[in-house]
Design a protein around this ligand. Sequence first.
Ligand code: AMP
Ligand code: ZN
Length: 110
Amino acid sequence: MDDCVFCKIVKGEIPSEKVYEDSEILAFKDINPIAPVHILVIPKTHIKSLVEFNDDELLAKMFKVIKQIAKDQNIEESGYRVVTNIGENGGQAVKHLHFHVIGGRKLETR
Ligand code: AMP
Ligand code: ZN
């Protein structure tokens, strides 16, 4: 998608601090982190949100990557949060499926 910021990151048209990459998945640091560790994990193909995502195999791979990132970032033991915002009420700003991996401090609960 031409006007999608994450597609531009995939294509290298916008810089990013990559932490993981393979042929299908990219992970990079969130530009506006809410915690010491805040990484976004995305499929390289443009998929709008979890609603449109039907690739179970890729979903499993993405969660494997998320678990590996947590290990690499040393937040596995202290705990962390995996979030995907969906649509209007979910507060999704970027309409390209992404999983936030957030940790490194005690996160708010309610
Ligand atoms: P969401 O509200 O779930 O759509 O979150 C979008 C996230 O993308 C926010 O946490 C932003 O800080 C992050 N973001 C937006 N543009 C960039 C960028 N160019 N590089 C890294 N992260 C970005
Ligand atoms: Zn996109």
